[in-house]
Design a binder for this molecule. Structure first.
Ligand SMILES: Cc1cc2nc3c(=O)[nH]c(=O)nc-3n(C[C@H](O)[C@H](O)[C@H](O)COP(=O)(O)O)c2cc1C
Length: 183
């Protein structure tokens, strides 16, 4: 599968996962994709915890709002360090977003399913702190996302996206792709 095919194929999966374990080797390939992501001023602010211990997974999902990804046999938790890059600007959010997307594409390439769970991990400070404690996350790191990983029993739904021509312009805003290609 090439990168463009993986981008096309990626969808958020919220169904049941098979119990088949995810090989450590595959989890390593996925985090390597995260580590390889670009970061503002190369500050490399995200870090990652591979979780394939059933007891730790159970504890995390017990804390989180129910059901999404709770049957997945593995997960990658994403930590972010809000440190400033050049000129006191902090690119931590962009950094971890790039890392997560890289990992989601690697997950597709390896045949697994996942879903970017950030709202469920960060909406409640209390839940977020309890999850971080379960993972021994140091105080200067923020737990920002959990990616469940495993083989899906089903397939993710294909969501309707807004029309391409409502979101993409050529050269100047409002110059539609259709009109531009007519010229
Ligand atoms: C920043 C961010 C936070 C997200 N948080 C959650 C979440 O907490 N729970 C969830 O089920 N999906 C979450 N998602 C997944 C989105 O709902 C999903 O990407 C969107 O509905 C589009 O569907 P698709 O991924 O299948 O294209 C999140 C996605 C992003 C980018």
């Amino acid at each position: 599968m090439n990168v463009l095919e993986a981008i096309e194929k990626r969808r958020s999966y919220r169904g049941i996962y098979e119990s088949t374990p995810v090989q450590r080797e595959d989890l390593m390939k996925i985090v390597k994709a995260g580590v390889a992501a670009p970061s503002g001023c190369n500050m490399q602010t995200p870090s990652f915890i591979i979780v394939d211990d059933a007891e730790i997974l159970r504890k995390l999902h017990e804390l989180m709002p129910p059901h999404v990804g709770d049957t997945a046999p593995a997960a990658i938790c994403v930590l972010s360090q809000r440190v400033s890059a050049k000129g006191q600007r902090c690119f931590a959010t962009q950094d971890y977003s790039a890392a997560i997307e890289n990992m989601l594409l690697a997950i597709v390439e390896l045949g697994y399913q996942s879903c970017w769970l950030e709202g469920q991990v960060t909406d409640s400070e209390e839940i977020n702190k309890a999850m971080a404690r379960t993972l021994n996350v140091p105080d200067d790191y923020e737990l920002v996302c959990l990616l469940p990983i495993g083989y899906g029993e089903g397939m993710p739904p294909v969501l309707r996206k807004k029309a391409f021509t409502d979101r993409v312009w050529v050269n100047t805003y409002g110059n539609s792709v259709g009109r531009a290609s007519d010229r």
